[in-house]
Design a protein around this ligand. Structure first.
Ligand code: NAD
Length: 346
């Protein structure tokens, strides 16, 4: 096999990005795409790209005899049933983050994947960002010695609409989940304890939806290192995505990516343009790279670079953060199952 045939489920923001990247991949072809709202606009979009089948029902993708692998890019509440169905049909799976908002359901999906013996990669695209990958390489290569402090800044340029907030699963599960994965990725260690604080400082709509818009999260890692993540749903100066790892022999840190390097210096001051606008711009190349590595691992038989277990671990940290914020105390990952039973659903 030197070409993987793909079916894409969900043709929204992220589904279209993945589809366009896969269409440019020399060892992938898209046989079909499905979306609940497969209207005239989407038909034109698929026809323009030479995608042969546009279906409303994802079963047409999952049962398609030519399809080797599916990209699950539909809304989060559909991921678990689709993973189970695809695994049962023997399809390899790329699934967008998070796998689900309920770690019990995520565990069930992972069990179905194991039983079927198919591959599952989770869409933690930031691992493929050129800056963060370099941080990880320096830490793993020992350049900064033993990691002591991991600092992650993750601030969006503006809040999403109310309809999104209501169904997002909350800041920890929807937004900070990328940062929890980043913390594990750059530190090379597991998070064992979380203490999270949250506030509503940007828009009361977050409180109306039972959510927060600003958070500060401290982490303790199994190797003794400490971490801090700060999140905001609105940074007026643009998408702010930075990481620093400080260790016994030094530190490694990244700056934001900008659309250009022009600097305007005048009597009033020195200025340059805001960072790349949001995730679609900042992580454009990371999306290409994650799809590429998924295809490569299907072709070579090598393990996928981001596993279902990675997806589950990040969800466990997100749940610990949610509980910590609610209980106003530090939460150990080892007490999560007990707390889950006591407070479910939180
Ligand atoms: N990794 C990232 O950077 C990133 C970025 C954005 C979104 N996401 C994740 O991707 C997923 C989709 O997010 P989005 O922003 O593209 O949402 P979206 O609302 O733009 O798109 C989702 C699409 O899925 C379709 N859909 C829903 N149920 C379906 C089903 N059963 N079968 C087929 N299609 C179905 C909807 O009609 C919609 O067009 C979410 O899980 C989200 O968390 C990840």
């Amino acid at each position: 096999m030197n070409k993987i045939t793909i079916g894409v489920i969900g043709a929204g923001r992220i589904g279209k990005i993945h589809a366009d990247n896969l269409l440019r991949h020399p060892h992938a072809r898209i046989a079909a795409i499905s979306d609940l709202y497969a209207g005239a606009e989407l038909e034109a979009w698929a026809a323009e790209r030479g995608i042969g089948l546009l279906a409303q029902d994802s079963a047409e993708i999952i049962n398609h005899p030519e399809i080797d692998a599916v990209f699950i890019c539909s809304s989060t509440d559909t991921h678990v049933p689709l993973i189970k169905q695809a695994a049962q049909a023997g399809k390899h799976i790329f699934c967008e983050k998070p796998i689900s908002m309920d770690i019990g359901q995520t565990e069930e999906a992972l069990a179905a994947v194991r039983q079927a013996g198919v591959k599952l990669q989770v869409g933690f695209n930031r691992r493929f960002d050129h800056n963060f990958r370099r941080v990880r390489e320096h830490v793993a290569g020992g350049a900064i010695g033993e990691p002591h402090i991991i600092k992650i800044t993750s601030r969006d340029p503006g809040p999403p609409p109310k309809e999104y907030i209501e169904r997002s699963g909350g800041l920890f599960m929807d937004m900070a989940i990328h940062d929890f994965d980043m913390a594990r990725y750059v530190s090379g260690s597991e998070v064992v304890e979380v203490y999270a604080q949250g506030s509503v400082l940007i828009d009361p709509v977050f409180a109306e939806c039972g959510d927060i818009d600003t958070a500060l999260i401290t982490l303790r890692f199994a190797n003794g290192a400490l971490g801090v993540i700060d999140n905001s749903r609105r940074a007026v100066y643009g998408y702010d995505q930075r990481v620093e790892v400080f260790g016994s022999k030094g530190s490694v840190a990244t700056a934001n990516d900008h659309p250009n390097t022009a600097v305007i210096s005048t009597a009033e001051g020195i200025a340059y343009d805001k960072p790349l606008h949001f995730f679609l711009e900042r992580y454009a190349q990371a999306y290409v790279e994650e799809a590429q590595q998924f295809i490569d691992s299907l072709l070579s038989g090598a393990p996928v670079p981001v596993s279902g277990e990675d997806g589950l671990q990040a969800e466990r940290i997100a749940l610990a953060a949610k509980l910590s914020c609610k209980l106003q105390r530090a939460v150990k990952l080892s007490e999560l199952d007990e707390l889950r039973r006591e407070y479910a659903p939180i």
